[in-house]
Design a protein around this ligand. Structure first.
Ligand SMILES: Nc1ncnc2c1ncn2[C@@H]1O[C@H](COP(=O)(O)OP(=O)(O)OP(=O)(O)O)[C@@H](O)[C@H]1O
Ligand SMILES: [Mg+2]
Length: 299
């Protein structure tokens, strides 16, 4: 993100600095921390007779990032659609913030979806709405006053370097621009949980890296929970081994893990033929002897 002005969104007010420790200690006693933000319990899902997910179980805790890997067609996007309640599992349960949403109707699901920011593959923008209205969509749903909405939309578009495109229609955007608008839309309204499908897909490397940095800051400084689907192993390595913290002057710093491995808030699962073949940390993944995992990682 470097020079881009995202600080108002991502970093606390300077006056927050110093209260930071109090924030950390208060969260230790917080009951909501023991309740997963997203939980799948023995989920099975098939399209007609093609089983896509078979007995899938995982948990994403508050402030935790789960990276989902699989070959193309492995069921990654399906997991995100199920977590949002866009489709129902054939078996098993899905819980969001401890609420079992499996049998929820649309109205109840919409209430839960308010807390979740979603970035679908290739942006998945509303084609009939301008860039402004796409990013503002969630704020409009909530009836937030327009001058506040406009500030929020401009701030998010500035982050993804697209403020100039504010009045454009999706059909006028390149693939990479659409992805960036999709990211801005996912972050509108400061969701507690993010579901991101290939957020770096179609982006030039500098923008893709800045998206990774954003994910790290949201995870470590904002306590956001996220499921991230990606193919980019280099991004997985970076996200799973870099953490965000505050310098003594209150500025945000990104710090790489060195010999001492300390990052415990990032997990990786890998899917193959409907099942989880790996669930663990990046260091366990990269030393795995499993043939399928090594093949996927091109080791
Ligand atoms: N609407 C649908 N109807 C029938 N089959 C579908 C549908 N959507 C997905 N599938 C099938 O389900 C499987 C899993 O799809 P999914 O989109 O979850 O994979 P993915 O891991 O996200 O793939 P990719 O990496 O290419 O995005 C694939 O075999 C796909 O062909
Ligand atoms: Mg997909």
């Amino acid at each position: 993100m470097g020079s881009k002005n995202t600080e108002d969104h991502l970093t606390p007010d300077k006056s927050d600095y110093g209260k930071n420790n109090a924030r950390i200690f208060s969260t230790i006693d917080d009951d909501t921390r023991v309740i997963p933000a997203v939980e799948f319990r023995n989920v099975k899902f098939a399209y007609a007779d093609q089983i896509v997910l078979n007995d899938i179980s995982f948990r994403v805790m508050r402030g935790e990032l789960l990276i989902v890997l699989s070959p193309s067609g492995g069921g990654k996007s399906t997991i995100l659609k199920l977590a949002l309640g866009l489709m129902k599992p054939d078996e098993g349960r899905i819980l969001i913030d401890g609420e079992d949403i499996t049998d929820y109707d649309e109205e109840a699901l919409n209430r839960v979806r308010q807390r979740i920011g979603v970035g679908f593959q290739e942006g998945a923008l509303f084609d009939s709405l301008s860039v402004y209205d796409n990013v503002a969509f969630r704020c409009h749903e909530r009836g937030i006053p327009e001058e506040i909405v406009e500030q929020e939309v401009r701030r998010l578009l500035r982050f993804v370097d697209l403020e100039d495109a504010i009045d454009m229609m999706p059909a006028q955007l390149s693939g990479g621009m659409r992805v960036r608008v999709g990211i801005a839309r996912a972050l509108a309204g400061k969701p507690r949980t993010l579901l991101m499908d290939e957020p770096t897909g179609g982006l030039d490397p500098p923008t893709a890296w800045s998206v990774c940095e954003l994910g790290i800051r949201l995870r470590d400084l904002r306590d956001v929970s996220a499921i991230l689907v990606t193919h980019g192993i280099e991004y997985v390595r970076f996200i799973a081994s870099t953490y965000a913290g505050y310098a003594p002057n209150g500025e945000v710093m990104l710090i790489g893990e060195k010999d001492r491995l300390c990052l415990i808030n990032t997990k990786i699962i890998m899917l193959r033929e409907g099942r989880i073949i790996f669930n663990g940390s990046d260091e366990e993944l990269f030393i795995s002897e499993d043939k399928n995992i090594r093949e996927f990682l091109l080791l």
